[in-house]
Design a protein around this ligand. Sequence first.
Ligand SMILES: Cc1cc2nc3c(=O)[nH]c(=O)nc-3n(C[C@H](O)[C@H](O)[C@H](O)COP(=O)(O)OP(=O)(O)OC[C@H]3O[C@@H](n4cnc5c(N)ncnc54)[C@H](O)[C@@H]3O)c2cc1C
Length: 384
Amino acid sequence: MFLIKSSYANKYFYDTIIIGAGIAGAATAYTLTQKNQKVLVLDKNGIASGGSGAAGAFVSPKIGKGGALQSLTNEAFVYAKDFYLEHCPQHFHQTGVVRLPKDEADAQKFSDYEKHNQNVYENYTKEMLQALGIHTAFDGFYFPEAGDCDAKEVCAFLLKDIEVVQYEVNKLRQEENGYWHVGDYRAKNVVIATGFESNFADMQYMGIKGTWGTRGDFVSDLALNVSMHQSMSVGANIGGIIKLGATHEKEVKESVPCQEKQALGLKEKASALINVSDLVLKEIFCGMRAGSKDYFPLVGKIIDVSKMLEITPAIVRGATAPLQYREHLYICNGLGGRGFVFAPLMAKWLAECIVDDKEVDERVCTDRLFWKWCRKSPDLEYLR
Ligand SMILES: Cc1cc2nc3c(=O)[nH]c(=O)nc-3n(C[C@H](O)[C@H](O)[C@H](O)COP(=O)(O)OP(=O)(O)OC[C@H]3O[C@@H](n4cnc5c(N)ncnc54)[C@H](O)[C@@H]3O)c2cc1C
């Protein structure tokens, strides 16, 4: 901890300032506070005002042919469902989630996927699924530990004992002694958890990109006790609401108002899976998912790109050099379409990096993207 003399300075001085109050910032703030840090969270629009507020927030495993991303996702899933059950069970609905094949070809693949199901699951026949009210011609997997979060409520819960200020950060300034200045606030560490809008520092090498999505909440009396994923997600009926999500609208590059036609399109699509006859649109949510180039999260230290280029300009032509980092500047981002799955484990790893000086797991450390960016990125063409 830092020693500050005046009481004024103490009031505005923190161990860590987190920029962004989505699930990445909220989980990081919560975990750092549990490690006795004094934390301030700044968000330009308030808690869960970005992609996190739009999320269906399903927390379920990834199926597929194995591989590093599937295994990381499933490790994060186990951590996340235990985290929500322990800390905020009132906002995590462990309804179980069914995974359904899209078509005959997909159904064939499910038998290959089965050996890579690392989490607790059962095979449900199409007859069992139909008895649950699901329209399907194929068998599927049932993951009983999966479920969904109340997205905004989880973020608000994690931040309930933490100072959160509505404030748009336009600039980060670091004093010679290493302390960060953000407006009137000062801190030893800064964590950037701003989702798809990440313009601070030189972060182009991480290749953060947004994918716009819409979800609709529908009032319904349909008896649906289980959630499901196919080419879209349908939530179980919780308190008379069925969540339908989500679209992937690649053409949308900036935040725009939510479109009713997108939500109604989801209802149309869901008619292939459930009886939608009594579904009435109650509320539309939309937002951007921020993903990295390789779909793995981006967690930990941030490379000092200018310093690297100054010390070893030949890195743009394939030379390597010891990595230099921005002091006490960190990131938690790139959670893509699985922010509520990844955030608790990423927050744990980041908190251990900040407080205990532990290396972040190399699968999510941003270093992995740096060298290729140096060699290939058009951003650096003028230096080659
Ligand atoms: C429609 C939809 C459905 C989804 N469904 C699921 C799902 O079922 N399961 C799942 O796990 N994930 C889902 N996701 C993905 C999940 O929402 C994201 O992974 C998650 O939002 C990432 O959280 P974040 O905190 O990184 O970003 P965000 O939630 O976008 O938070 C970033 C915050 O930073 C703030 N900010 C930005 N710039 C500044 C600045 N200069 N100063 C101050 N504050 C700033 C923003 O206001 C925002 O609140 C879905 C996303 C969408 C859009």
